[in-house]
Design a protein around this ligand. Structure first.
Ligand code: FES
Length: 134
């Protein structure tokens, strides 16, 4: 099966004779469009987590992990330019780990999530005013 991928100036058509190659190319293009280089907000409030002293943890910095606040490897496909942060607590404790992924003190919450909450509130109010044509 030939897949037409374009028409040349002289009228001939450029085709791709290997649909598998075309599928792989399309899949690769789709993946590129879903990748981000900015972290996404996993949650708008920090995670309260009990940690064990001396144990190594890997905090998700991209926000795509399904095992928040820890990394599950999702950054490899969804945000390859963002690396997770390794940390080892000195003693057993309960930590507030950032969930909004905007902190300047990763992996710990520094209160920046209030800014995220405020921005959401402002955009919600703007939508209400737009809906009512005010
Ligand atoms: S949850 Fe990100 S700074 Fe608090």
């Amino acid at each position: 099966m030939n897949v037409i991928i374009g028409t040349m100036r002289n009228g001939t058509r450029a085709t791709l004779r290997q649909p598998r190659l075309f599928t792989a190319l399309a899949s690769s293009m789709m993946q590129c469009s879903t990748q981000t280089n900015k972290p996404v907000v996993a949650a708008k409030m920090p995670f309260r987590v009990k940690v064990t002293g001396g144990k190594r943890y890997v905090w998700c910095a991209c926000g795509h992990s399904k095992k928040q606040p820890f990394c599950d490897g999702a950054h490899r496909t969804k945000a390859p330019s963002i690396s997770p942060r390794l940390f080892t607590p000195e003693k057993d404790s309960t930590l507030m780990l950032c969930a909004c992924k905007q902190t300047k003190n990763a992996p710990y919450c520094d209160g920046t999530h209030f800014k995220v909450l405020f921005q959401d509130l402002v955009s919600s109010v703007k939508k209400v005013f737009k809906m009512n044509n005010v």
